[in-house]
Design a protein around this ligand. Sequence first.
Ligand code: CP
Ligand code: NVA
Length: 306
Amino acid sequence: MLRHFLSLSDAGADGVAAILADALDRKAARAGWPKGRADADTPLAGHVLACVFEKNSTRTRVSFDMAMRQLGGSALVLDSGTTQLGRGETVADTARVLSGYCDAIMCRTDDHAKLEEMAAFASVPVINGLTDASHPCQIVADLLTLLEAGKALPGLKVAWLGDGNNVLASFVEAAALFHFDLVAACPQGFQPDDALIARAGGRARVVASPREAVEGADVVVTDTWISMGQAHAETKLAALAPYQVDADLMSAAKPDAAFLHCLPAHRGEEVAADVIDGPQSLIWPEAENRLHAQKSILRWCFGQIG
Ligand code: CP
Ligand code: NVA
């Protein structure tokens, strides 16, 4: 059976744990090497990944390309605007065609149903590179970053501030799989779906007060207030203004709390510059870990781990 990675649940707790362990090992094994040098075992030699982008990307685009190089394979980066997908060729037909040329497909799109259609019609593994509903690859990198920072996942308190968006959805999924508590402070109108929170089996809850969410937290996370594809609405910015992560709010978390942000960031909106650029911020290792996480997600998709 094909191993698609459309959500963290596709791999399950055991699969994601195997991905994290593999990423830690592989990262350590190549410490200090030039970035373009392949890993000693080249586990995906001869394999090609098609990366389909219907939205902009810096990290996902470069980290998947470099992940394939380091695993001994290669990647094709396809922007939908320059392919027939951008002229209305169906996702189903695109999936079948790409499956004949490439060994796996990574896709960033808007409607999650398009990604599911890609997986339904592909005969190779399909990876979620972000949809309007979720961003599981980002959360694997975030969990890796927390483990490296010495934060064992079970029992952690993770505070999410701001928009109840796609990145939060995958963090909620992770809370259920790894038994940490996620408290999301989001204003009315921008809260995650009740059904999403319910699926976390009591590990996630939504509050209105930013301070209540952050109180005693081990990790404080936020993301842009306006996601890709959303209109720049002054009313949304105004509703989210009290949810900015600033130094005062951070001081309510544990003294050694980590700050995470998937990037790109908007200093002065969802986060104050002195927090994101301050000593508690782990954003640069978090961004680098997209590469290490991606490599092990790819290996899981090819049945090499987990
Ligand atoms: N965090 C993230 O997915 O970044 P990109 O949009 O640059 O890929
Ligand atoms: N929530 C953001 C994440 C970007 C990586 C978006 O969807 O634009």
